[in-house]
Design a protein around this ligand. Structure first.
Ligand code: AMP
Length: 477
């Protein structure tokens, strides 16, 4: 308690913290809260699960209590689920203030959101795409007077990944005042440091947790080298093993595509495992329902794409399984950070095929730690191999009978339209590119074939010459 008092927080906030079991400031809180209270911009880079959210929620609530008005603070975050999680911390810690918050994310009713925004909530927590839509289409609210702008998972918001937020961010940054406090937090800030400095312009206070290893100590990090074709059998084997040995454990499985996520979920359910899927092709209500069921331990297994890789705080998660080796070390760090949070233990197991070994080396280089092998009795896995592969094939066929691929196509078209592109023109361009690629491939194959023929003819000629020489030799004898 004294710790928080020393940081300059008011006693009502310290009481709220203690009700949540937050008794002593974590180091990101210890280091970032005082400069934020002093009015400085702040960039905080700390391991995932180390209390970053409270590091900005607490000082913002304190400042809000000094001068309450709406809209006081805008928090941007890359995923809808994280927006709800952050709002929850604001609500619980800000209860004595009668805090009014508003969540603005995609997949929800836009009219209801516009109405909420017009009621001047103290805090708005948003994903950039939907908020930018509101700014473009409505003049019933203003963020021109906000005191705080927070970018949670700031590097993700600024990088140009599969979802590119940069255009939406530009719209938002033009709508907020230049005079504001900007707070940027993530577990992986260093790659985008320069871009971040252009958002936090007032000589930000920069704090990074000093640690050689980029993941937490209590996390046991393992790998299993598996041939691609038996990966699913290993997955089923691992889940069965953990379920048999630890009834109360929850497991998160990460996959690289929505389709794999969907198929694996169907497959695990065929094996009577209590699993739910979470990916961006699901409707928003289904996404929330899936997460709620997993959080409340009604379902002990969550299969997700990287939409769930960052920030989610679910204390019961004991194991993270990477069904695919992440292509970027940064994604690995966020995925495995879903376990071993706030001082708890946890385990991460990455399934590595012969094609992914270089990726593991890159991960090990970045986190500064060697992954250890997770020993498995191969004989036991082979026993279930046929059954698993047949079940997976059946699930694939079932999925093909649904409109999953069609929906994917529609989503892609929607995305292109939102990016201001013509989907038909893009499809034409793609087809032309494919055609050129095919022609190139054919040409290459033709050259290779001709060269091979030449080589064969040469070998044939040499053989004939040798044969003739030997014949002559024999005749001379
Ligand atoms: P975060 O990194 O913000 O996602 O927080 C991870 C978890 O740690 C959350 O469940 C917080 O409630 C919890 N937490 C935050 N600060 C502290 C603290 N100082 N002591 C113990 N737990 C904390």
């Amino acid at each position: 308690m004294e710790g928080f008092l020393r940081l300059g927080l008011s006693s009502w906030l310290i009481d709220q913290c203690s009700q949540l079991g937050i008794l002593k400031p974590s180091s990101v809180q210890e280091n970032c809260i005082p400069p934020i209270l002093e009015g400085r911009d702040c960039m905080g880079c700390a391991k995932t699960g180390s209390g970053k959210t409270a590091a900005f929620v607490l000082p913002i609530l304190q400042k809000l209590s000094d001068d309450p008005f709406g809209i006081f603070c805008l928090v941007l975050t890359p995923t809808r689920e994280l927006a709800y999680q952050i709002a929850e911390q604001f609500r619980v810690l800000g209860k004595p203030l009668g805090l009014k918050d508003c969540i603005i994310v995609g997949g929800m009713d836009m009219v209801a959101q516009a109405l909420e925004l017009s009621r001047k909530p103290h805090i708005v927590i948003a994903t950039p795409g939907r908020l930018a839509d509101h700014i473009r289409s409505s003049n019933t609210f203003s963020i021109k007077k906000i005191r705080f702008l927070v970018l949670d998972e700031a590097d993700r918001l600024l990088e140009q990944g599969c979802t590119d937020f940069t255009q939406d961010l530009q719209v938002i940054l033009e709508a907020v005042p230049a005079q504001r406090q900007t707070l940027l937090f993530s577990a992986t800030l260093t790659d985008t440091l320069q871009e971040l400095k252009t958002v936090a312009m007032n000589k930000p206070f920069f704090w990074e947790s000093i640690s050689e290893v980029k993941t937490v100590e209590q996390l046991d990090q393992r790998y299993i080298l598996v041939p691609e074709k038996v990966k699913d059998a290993y997955l089923v084997y691992l889940i069965q093993k953990f379920q048999d040995e630890h009834e109360d454990w929850s497991i998160m499985i990460f996959t690289n595509t929505c389709k794999t996520c969907q198929i694996l979920n169907m497959m695990l359910r065929e094996f009577s495992f209590p699993s739910v899927a979470l990916h961006s092709m699901m409707k928003q209500k289904q996404r929330f329902a899936a997460l709620a069921k997993f959080k409340s331990s009604v379902f002990k297994i969550l299969i997700a794409t990287d939409v769930a890789a960052r920030g989610l705080d679910i204390p019961t998660v004991q194991v993270v399984i990477n069904h695919n080796t992440p292509g970027l070390p940064k994604i690995y760090i966020h995925r495995v950070g879903r376990t071993a949070r706030a001082g708890r233990n946890g385990m991460a197991i990455t399934l590595v095929t012969q094609y992914d070994i270089h990726l593991v080396h890159a991960i090990e280089g970045q986190i500064n730690l060697k992954l250890e092998e997770f020993k498995v009795k191969e004989k036991d896995v082979l026993k279930i191999l046929t059954q698993v592969n047949v079940t997976r094939r059946e699930c694939e066929i079932k999925l093909e009978c649904t409109d999953f691929d069609e929906k994917k196509e529609i989503n892609k078209r929607k995305q292109l339209i939102l990016e201001g592109k013509d989907p038909d023109l893009e499809a034409k361009r793609k087809a032309e590119l494919e055609k050129i690629k095919k022609q190139k491939k054919k040409f290459k194959e033709h050259i290779q074939e001709t060269m091979q023929k030449k080589r064969d003819a040469q070998v044939q000629r040499k053989r004939k010459k040798k044969h003739l020489r030997e014949k002559k030799k024999k005749a001379a004898q």
